[in-house]
Design a protein around this ligand. Sequence first.
Ligand code: DGL
Length: 261
Amino acid sequence: MDNDKKSLPVGVFDSGLGGISVLRRLVKVLPDEDFIFYGDSANAPYGSRTADDILQLTENAADRLLSYGVKAIVIACNTASSAAGRQLREKYKNMPIICIEPALKPAVQEGHGGAVAVLATEATLRLSKFAHLMDLYGKKIDIIKLPLPGLPEFVERGELDSDKLRDFLTEKFAVLKGRNVESAVLGCTHYPFVRPMIQSILGQDVKLYDGADGTARQTRRCLESYGLLNGNGNAHVEWHNSAGNQDEFIKRSKMLFKMKI
Ligand code: DGL
């Protein structure tokens, strides 16, 4: 593999700003790579859209990243991964495409028999990829699927700690009362940015899982297997967003990137 290709950046994509929670892990696991982050905030949220719609938007995003000259694409969006991951791999045969998925496996394997709540978008919970995960890991455990439409919008606005957000989540989580919930999977990449609020409402005993770490490690393995690992990058991130007021969104992106969560 020629060194020119290895030194190209890794493209990271989300429907909006949520994928920055994955980008943060990618930078830790792959400090010698450079990255291009593209958030499609103009079209967020994806979670209540049809599968066809999400596929089309994800293909557009992949084309955009390819036009920037990336060597691999990380779909840092559970919704887009579910609706378009397989199709993108078929379309771009020689391009490493890494997909995120809800971290149901570790939640079930590390659990002690209590219920697992899977918090995700309507589309992620509805599409066949999640049904497959349920077949693999959800047979003997009480899995509660809890879609949270409306939550990505809080993160897109940068509203991470308001009374309105607390009321919103408290109302959504009311259905979990009395269900012996032992853990919750943050199955949408926007949710880790409101992790402290989620934890405080669910209680400190409920263990939270997200897919960022697994996706970052998978990306490393994938680059390695394609002979594409770079030794000369420095975790530089170039920011792009489809929103009309791009500058505002890029400012917010950088704030989320640095935030302690
Ligand atoms: N961040 C996306 C995910 O991981 C979804 C947010 C949206 O609805 O656009 O599923």
